[in-house]
Design a protein around this ligand. Structure first.
Ligand code: HEC
Ligand code: HEC
Length: 305
């Protein structure tokens, strides 16, 4: 495991390190031997402030001893731990290895707890106060930066606490979302719709689906263009969980509301990504998180606790 692009840099850095340490030793030895020019009274002859004289005494032995100990320590340290070029050191220690070991140890401590929850259906896990406390902490550490600490999301990041789902809100589907991640993808559709005016008319038709304020003349003109959207959003505009195509009839807007926002969606499309968690979280953690998220939008279930 080396960060150097070639062996040359390994030797170069290791060489500089060793030469510097040895140079310290030589300097120490040399300064012990060399005699500075002194006057008869063992001063250097420098005088300040009338009578302050600089003496020429050798370094105290304990002081020299400390230097030697430091040098020996550095050599022993470099033999045991990584530091000399890309040599791993005798102990084979790495910070990544220490981190992995600590994570594995912590996971092992809580494993029996997670094993208990893994054996329970998510509906029951979401009624367990201990599991929900763990779920909340996992959510704060891994999900809140995108979905918000109250899980209510923001523009582009879906609200997980309502009953509206891109991909579906059963515990199994939520689990699949967490394990695999999701790639929401709406292609730019302007070419399939027609002129900029057609796009605006269609946007008003989309607004009319949810009873949002719209221009009804434009909406009626735009209606026939919705065929281009139906493959994903459904003929009735109620969306498609298999594709992650949102329901356009519910007045919940992931990417903003109004003519401009919808025209923008039609013209430019959208790629939106939920990162996969399988490599970050254990099976047990994902089970508890999925139960926690499911519980957020099924308050009647959690209220029973
Ligand atoms: C880097 C930002 C980011 C992080 C971190 C993140 N998400 Fe997401 N999540 C998203 C985005 C963006 C989407 C919407 C994907 C789409 O539009 O297709 C999403 C979608 C989802 C969905 C699907 C919602 C639906 O309506 O079907 C669930 C469930 C979800 N996230 C849960 C979580 C959980 C639980 C975590 C923590 C382990 C998490 N997310 C972490 C960005 C993130
Ligand atoms: C290939 C499938 C596909 C087609 C065709 C498609 N969409 Fe979409 N659309 C999606 C997906 C997927 C998303 C969600 C993007 C995301 O994950 O954030 C979306 C999102 C949207 C949104 C944003 C909804 C919100 O809650 O903010 C609007 C508006 C929309 N589409 C309108 C249309 C219109 C109008 C058409 C027809 C011109 C159309 N779409 C065609 C797949 C499609």
């Amino acid at each position: 495991m080396s960060d150097f692009t070639s062996n040359f840099w390994h030797l170069y850095v290791a060489g500089i390190t060793l030469v510097s340490i040895i140079a310290c030793l030589i300097l120490l030895w040399f300064s012990g031997k060399a005699k500075a020019m002194t006057a008869n009274d063992n001063t250097t002859g420098h005088v300040w402030d009338g009578d302050l004289r600089e003496m020429n005494n050798p370094l105290p032995r304990w002081w020299v001893g400390l230097f030697v100990i430091t040098i020996v320590f550095s050599l022993v340290y470099l033999a045991m731990y990584p530091g000399l070029g890309n040599l791993a050191g005798k102990f084979g220690w790495t910070s990544a290895g220490q981190y992995d070991a600590e994570v594995a140890k912590a996971n092992a401590v809580v494993a029996p707890l997670y094993a208990k929850f893994l054996g329970m259906p998510p509906e029951d896990v979401s009624k367990d106060p201990q599991a929900m406390a763990m779920g909340e902490r996992l959510f704060m550490n891994n999900c809140a930066q995108c979905h918000g600490s109250d899980a209510r999301g923001s523009k582009g990041f879906p609200n997980l606490a309502d009953g509206d789902w891109l991909y579906g809100g059963t515990p199994d589907i939520i689990k699949t979302t967490l394990v695999q991640g999701r790639n929401g993808n709406m292609p730019p559709m302007a070419a399939a719709v027609g002129s900029p005016d057609d796009v605006r008319n269609l946007a008003h038709y989309v607004l009319s689906l949810s009873g949002s304020p719209h221009d009804s003349l434009r909406a009626s003109l735009g209606k026939s263009k919705f065929g281009a959207c139906a493959a994903c959003h459904g003929m009735d505009g109620k969306g498609n969980h298999a594709l992650g195509a949102p329901n356009l009839t519910d007045d919940i807007w992931l990417h903003g509301w109004g003519e401009n926002a919808i025209v923008n969606m039609i013209n430019n499309g959208k790629v939106n990504q939920m990162p996969a968690q399988a490599s970050k979280l254990t099976e047990g953690q994902i089970h508890v998180l999925a139960s926690y998220v499911w519980g957020l939008s099924n308050k009647t279930a959690t209220a029973a606790k």
